[in-house]
Design a protein around this ligand. Structure first.
Ligand code: PLP
Length: 412
């Protein structure tokens, strides 16, 4: 019997890629470091301290201690404990008017929220619409659920969000599909680091509202890195309020980065919809999708996060710990901006967040040149992704030097 033939998997699953490319690059960097080389691994999307260890917020474990064993061990409600869902809604909307129009379901991280958005707001065969640089799993989630993923050019020549390209693409989606799901990851977009500014938001809302006059339009706001945005009021909430009654707005909320709990798989899909009947239907649909996929989520983790968001002392502790992590990241961002600008690197406006993307005419050539120096980054189409979150501040000069040489080696 042949060992290579695949008889039992259905044909569409017989050729799935075996390894995530970013994890494969990380494995290569780790092997070379273990062989004694001085490797700088700027591939992985987790916040590491300057000593190279994972940054962890101790307050999460204090919150865990306060949950009884019986509570932790019991099944969670299918859609998630109300105390957790309410706390997430408050965390997102900070007491503003959107909270009154929100329903939510628990999901394993923001990934689960993206899944629920795709299966409930697109028909099989239809495509979501996102920026030309995007987090790869959007495409996997879409294909895995028999939908597709289409992109629009992310940046205009002046560096702002290309809402003209979005409008044209949205027009085609409305025409062809009779509905649209637009996925935006802001603030601190992965992979570019870009955060929409007030002007981007204004134009985005105008484009979405115009399309929504022709067909149902849903906006999914992926908030994975929201807690690492530049400090200041959440001005974008006002823009989202303008969409109320026109566009259904979904939020992918996640504790992975917000509470450094990547492995606990805590998150929520929050939907803001003005019409009460539709809102109730969305709540049911999200809960049904929970039952039809992972059933229910990590009870202990959700109860701990609920406490972190609502208990005054725990909340203060976690905010102080996070401020410390933001300072750690911000020192790297500032060092990068100071050096990369001076070396003539081309990259989007970068004010904070785990990643930045540096443009290059040939990403593979840039990656290879950098790897020869022991510096690891992730190649994209026309750019490389640099995980500032995993790069100690003292190694930013080496990173920028390697990037500058790598872009030059690619003809840039
Ligand atoms: N969205 C973006 C843009 C991400 O980078 C990630 C994680 O890397 C996620 C969503 C989902 O992460 P999680 O499922 O751990 O919340």
């Amino acid at each position: 019997m042949s060992t290579t033939s695949v008889a039992h998997l259905i044909p569409e699953c017989a050729d799935r890629p075996g390894d995530d490319p970013i994890f494969a690059l990380n494995a290569l960097a780790t092997r070379r470091a273990e062989a004694g080389e001085d490797v700088l691994n700027s591939t992985l999307g987790a916040l590491m301290k300057d000593d190279g260890r994972l940054a962890v917020m101790p307050s999460f474990f204090a919150a865990v201690q306060a949950i009884s064993r019986e509570q932790a061990a019991a099944y969670a409600p299918i859609s998630g404990p109300p105390v957790f869902l309410n706390a997430v809604v408050q965390d997102l909307f900070e007491g503003g008017p959107l909270a009154a129009h929100a329903v939510a379901a628990a999901t394993p991280g923001g990934t689960g929220a993206c899944h629920h958005a795709i299966v409930n707001f697109l028909e099989p065969g239809q495509e979501l619409l996102t920026t030309s640089y995007f987090w790869g799993p959007y495409g996997i989630l879409a294909h895995h659920t028999r939908r597709g993923c289409r992109t629009f050019r992310m940046f205009r020549a002046d560096g702002g969000l290309d809402t003209g390209a979005l409008a044209a693409a949205l027009d085609r989606h409305v025409e062809k599909q009779g509905r649209a799901l637009v996925v935006m990851n802001t603030p601190c977009h992965n992979p570019t680091g870009y955060s929409l500014d007030d002007d981007d938001w204004s134009r985005l809302v105008d484009v979405l509202a115009a399309a929504a006059r022709r067909a149902p339009v849903t906006l999914l706001l992926d908030q994975a890195y929201a807690k690492y945005a530049a400090p200041g009021p959440k001005g974008w909430l006002g823009h989202v309020e303008r969409l109320l009654g026109q566009v259904t707005v979904l939020f992918a909320w996640s504790a992975s980065k917000a509470f450094t709990q990547y492995g606990s798989r805590i998150g929520a899909c929050v939907a803001v919809e003005a019409d009460p009947a539709e809102r109730a239907a969305i709540k049911n649909a999200l809960g049904y999708s929970c039952r039809g996929t992972w059933s229910n989520c990590n009870h202990l983790g959700m109860l701990a996060v609920a406490r972190l968001l609502t208990d005054r002392d725990l909340r203060r502790r976690s905010e102080e710990e996070r401020d410390e992590l933001r300072r750690l990241l911000s020192a790297r961002v500032q060092a990068f901006n100071a050096l990369a600008g001076a070396r003539g690197l081309s990259y989007p406006r970068y004010e904070g967040g785990f990643f930045v993307t540096v443009f290059t005419p040939d990403a593979d050539a840039t990656m290879r040149s950098m790897q020869e120096e022991g510096v690891f980054v992730v190649p994209l189409d026309g750019a490389v992704r640099v995980a500032i979150c995993a790069t100690p501040v003292v190694r930013i000069p080496r990173l920028v030097d390697a990037l500058a040489r790598g872009v030059r080696a690619a003809g840039g």
